[in-house]
Design a protein around this ligand. Structure first.
Ligand SMILES: [Fe+2]
Length: 156
């Protein structure tokens, strides 16, 4: 049964917001990762990779806002400090000194991590009947799975 945000218990909202903050953090770190690679990628595939990385960071920039605003709809606190995001995130930063294949592999891993975190957040939301958050997580999971495929296809 679908529970509107206002009917969710305080503890359910807290747990869902924590899971969503994890997703916001990892989305933000991956946004920067993709932009870093957009700037620093080199090689014969520069053009398409430069464009592909841009598509990813633009998508993620919008997504982190959607996820954070869902936290606000659940009356939680959207954690917006880079320091805390980095501490939380299972996606790691990269210094941008790498060949194109290494960059792609790092972004595939980031997409898979995001997909897993969003699946976890979606399941948690579903348990409390928060199907609106579940829907957002499923939608984001689909996008990350697609990006993982688009990236992976370059290096298989
Ligand atoms: Fe650019």
């Amino acid at each position: 049964m679908t529970e509107p945000a206002s009917d969710l218990s305080t503890s359910a909202r807290k747990a869902i917001c924590d899971a969503l903050n994890q997703c916001v953090a990892e989305t933000a770190v991956t946004t920067m990762l993709a932009q870093n690679f957009h700037w620093n990628v080199t090689g014969m595939a520069f053009g398409p990779l430069h464009a592909q990385f841009q598509e990813i960071y633009e998508d993620h920039f919008t997504a982190q806002d959607d996820l954070a605003e869902r936290i606000k709809a659940l009356q939680g606190h959207a954690e917006g400090m880079l320091e805390s995001m980095l501490k939380r995130s299972k996606v790691e930063e990269h210094d941008g000194h790498a060949d194109d294949k290494t960059m792609i592999a790092a972004l595939v891993k980031a997409q898979e991590t995001l997909s897993a975190s969003l699946a976890g957040a979606g399941e948690l939301a579903a348990k409390s009947g928060d199907t609106v958050t579940e829907d957002l997580c499923i939608d984001r999971g689909r996008t990350h799975d697609k990006f993982a495929w688009l990236l992976r296809a370059h290096i298989q």
